[in-house]
Design a binder for this molecule. Sequence first.
Ligand SMILES: Nc1ncnc2c1ncn2[C@@H]1O[C@H](COP(=O)(O)OP(=O)(O)O)[C@@H](O)[C@H]1O
Ligand SMILES: CC(C)(COP(=O)(O)O)[C@@H](O)C(=O)NCCC(=O)O
Ligand SMILES: [K+]
Length: 244
Amino acid sequence: MKLVIDAGNTRLKWQVLSGERVTASGACLMERQELAESLAPILAQVRAIAITTVIAEDRRDELSSALTELTGLVPRFHWSEAARGGLRNSYAAPERMGADRWHGMYGAWLRLAGSFVLVDAGSAVTVDYVTAQGVHRGGYILPGKAMMLRGLRQDVARVGFDADELHSVAPGRATSECVHHGLWWMWQAMVQRLEREALERNVDQIVVTGGDATDLLALGLTAIHLPDLVLEGVAAIDQEIYGL
Ligand SMILES: Nc1ncnc2c1ncn2[C@@H]1O[C@H](COP(=O)(O)OP(=O)(O)O)[C@@H](O)[C@H]1O
Ligand SMILES: CC(C)(COP(=O)(O)O)[C@@H](O)C(=O)NCCC(=O)O
Ligand SMILES: [K+]
């Protein structure tokens, strides 16, 4: 059995693969204790570990040693590449691209025919355009939903608001409403822009993934929702290099 991990800035997502079949999955925070608890039921079966991550070096080293302690295995880290299987990165320095973006694009490239735009709504939101020929045309990086709210909470003095989300775009009449409606209003604008650009740029499919993808769908985005796309992409690459 192979353990595949996507360690993002907010959460760690994992799957266990038996051949190409997913037999278990989970998510947790990056802390050692949480990780050990989340993985406890499957640890004994793990024979290899493949990781995609965008976390800082010190946290990555901690994750690596925690996994080695738990399993006795040295995890294999996978990074962004210049090209693979017909997919080509537009970055002059491909290693600078977040590995989650590359692995998400590769997952979509393997699954879909035609051009696509991949929206990964996680800690940050990333938008990446890929042509039907597999050419990455470039992308965007924006602050994610939780980050936008945290920014308002931390960086301005007089904007206190409830944690409960309000899904409306009506102009607010109290601080909490103004903040939550404002966020929803901005995400609705993002959805409208994505749909317009997909038409203008002849994009065949919009693909969404990440913890906040459901918000984009709730706002009416016409897209394919592939929640495990980043894991799928890195699993495929690990298999190409090391086998099942
Ligand atoms: N259980 C959860 N814990 C934390 N964030 C969650 C959870 N469920 C959904 N989210 C939302 O998902 C976002 C993080 O998405 P995710 O794709 O896991 O990010 P990353 O890959 O950057 O760690 C957060 O901004 C939050 O709004
Ligand atoms: C943009 C990101 C922060 C998104 O990460 P996430 O929200 O999934 O944790 C990550 O892909 C990253 O750190 N990228 C490096 C810069 C780049 O892609 O150009
Ligand atoms: K993301």
